[in-house]
Design a protein around this ligand. Sequence first.
Ligand code: PLP
Length: 228
Amino acid sequence: MIGVTEQLRSTRERIRRAIRSAGRADDSVRLLAVGKRQPVGKIREAAAAGQRDFGENIVTEALEKQAALADADLVWHFIGTLQSNKTRDVAAAFDWVHTVDRLKLVRRLSGQRPPDAPPLNVCIQINIDAEATKSGATPASARELAQAVADAPRLALRGLMCLPRPQPTVAEQRVPFRRLRELFDELNGAGFGLDTLSMGMSGDLEAAVAEGSTLVRVGTAIFGPRET
Ligand SMILES: *Cc1c(COP(=O)(O)O)cnc(C)c1O
C-alpha cells in the first residue's frame, strides 16, 4: 500500500505541473491537506513529511485531533458547514475559516475570537452553482459580506471559497472556478485586497489551478478513502 508520505509527494507534483502549465509562479498555490474522517496517525505522517496546513469539517473531531497533535506546529483551517452554535469553538481553535456565508457568522466569529490570538483568517464561501441544498452566499451578496468581514475588528478578510458540483471533464470543471475568479477580481477591483482563492480538490485541482486557485483543499489523494 502506498503511504501518506508518497501520496503527499505525488499531490505536490500534480500541483507543480498544473502551475507550470498555467504559466504561474512556482509558489503561487498553497496545499491544504484535508484530514476529515482520517486517523490522527495519518495526519501526523503528513506533518512529519513537512505539511503544515490541515483542514477539518467537524468541530468536535477537529478539537480531538488538535489536542492529539498539540506538539506539532500546524495551521488549522475550518472548511465545514458552520452552525452559529459552533462559532465559539471555531473562533478559539482555528487559524482560518473558509465557510463564512452570512452576516450573523461574521459578528459572532469576530466577537468570540480570543483577544490574545491574531485575527481569524476568513474566506467567504460562495454557492457558485446556486444549488438549493448547498451552503454558501450568493455572488450578489459577496460584496456586502466582504465589507462586513473587512470591518470586523478580530477578522482578516482573505478571499473566496467554493465547492462546485462535480463535473466529468476539465473544461466543465473550469466554468464555476472561472466564475469565482471573476468575482474575486471584481472585489479586488473594488479595493478589497483579497489574496486567497480557495478552490480545487482531489478530483479537480488541475482545473482550479488553471483558473487561478491559490489554495487547493485535498483529502483523498493524500490520505486515501475516508472512514465512514
Ligand atoms: C472533503 C472536502 C475536501 C477534500 O475533498 P477530496 O475530494 O477528498 O480531496 C475539500 N473541501 C471541502 C470543503 C471538503 O469538505
